[in-house]
Design a protein around this ligand. Structure first.
Ligand code: ASP
Length: 329
């Protein structure tokens, strides 16, 4: 008896995107990042009910496996997968009663038996998503692991900047606030520097990783000095849930010195863009009026670009299954 004809299994890297998984920006070249951004740009310009896109992942299964809370990332992966015609399964997993390591690997093996083509995974521990990727047959996308990486956030931030300013190369970008606990900061530093931007980090010393200069960034502990002449002001959430002990004297004092208000923003270029990955703590790291500034805040566009970027990532990783075609080219 001959084996039935099947599509090639997931896990074979494609010529378009020669990686089986998307675990971080660190493993990507500038060319690969550029290709993903070009593809995402095309998805961003497509009508949301594009017929070719809707057929791309028909009969494919995307599983969202979130061990940590998420609003934007989980829903935008879901919308992206649905727009590409995939079947989507959402799982939110509590980690309270069982040891985390056991939960993760047991869950991975259970889900693998259901043969998902793509697993989108968020976990509170740095490195957990990579560990899981070694135990499954499909492709894995890191939707945020601890303080380590959040690659699709960095890609959507880059796409937002590129669509507004036409380039990444040569821009001066300030990443401000809780850099220590932020996977968004890490992925953005990696991506933006690979694409030729210059990065400044601005934070109190308690919220800076030790030896942060090794990432090739300039370090400031004073917002007014650090924001001088920047093109982009990227604010970070104060990640209270990852803090043990006091990293800032009080929220009031933190806002006074590090919260973005119009007075501090005046140091940046007059048309500098304001970004925040969300969820925002208004009045903690950012003033509400600045966050809602219709001319300079691109926070809503970031959310919109999230769907396009996630469509591009799902398309790129599943090209061995879809015959290298894609829907946006
Ligand atoms: N949503 C982003 C993340 O998951 C940023 C944040 O939570 O502050 O890392």
């Amino acid at each position: 008896m001959t084996a039935p004809q099947t599509t090639p299994p997931p896990g074979r890297p494609s010529a378009f995107f020669p990686h089986r998984h998307l675990l971080g920006i660190e493993a990507l070249s500038a060319d690969e990042i550029g290709r993903l951004l070009d593809l995402a740009d095309q998805y961003a310009n497509m009508p949301k009910d594009d017929e070719r896109a809707r057929r791309l992942l028909r009969n494919r299964t995307v599983m969202n496996l979130f061990f940590e809370d998420s609003t934007r990332t989980r829903t935008s992966f879901e919308v992206a997968a649905l727009r590409l015609g995939a079947d989507v399964i959402n799982m939110s997993v509590g980690t309270s009663s069982i040891k985390k390591g056991e939960t993760l690997l047991d869950t991975a093996m259970t889900l693998n038996a259901m043969k998902p083509d793509v697993l989108v995974v968020r976990h509170g521990d740095s490195g957990a998503v990579s560990l899981l990727s070694q135990k499954v047959d499909g492709s894995v996308i890191n939707a945020g692991d601890g303080r380590h990486e959040h690659p699709t956030q960095a890609l959507l931030d880059a796409l937002t900047i590129r669509r507004r300013l036409g380039r990444l190369n040569g821009l001066l970008v300030a990443i401000c606030g809780d850099v220590l606990h932020s996977r968004v900061a890490r992925s953005n530093i990696l991506l933006l520097s690979k694409m030729g931007a210059r990065i400044r980090v601005i934070a109190p010393t308690t919220l800076l990783p030790g030896n942060v200069e090794r990432f090739g960034v300039e370090v400031f502990t004073d917002m007014r000095k650090g924001l001088k002449d920047v093109d982009i002001v990227m604010m970070l959430r104060l990640q209270i849930e990852r803090m043990q002990g006091a990293y800032v004297p009080s929220i009031r004092e933190y806002f006074h010195f590090f919260g973005l208000d119009y007075e501090k923003l005046a140091a940046a270029k007059p048309n500098a863009l304001i970004m925040h990955p969300g969820p925002m703590n208004r009045g903690v790291e950012i003033d509400s009026e600045v966050a809602d500034d219709i001319n300079r805040s691109v926070i809503r566009e970031q959310v919109e670009m999230g769907v396009a970027v996630r469509m591009a990532c799902l398309d790129a990783l599943t090209r061995p299954l879809t015959g290298e075609k894609g829907a946006a080219q």
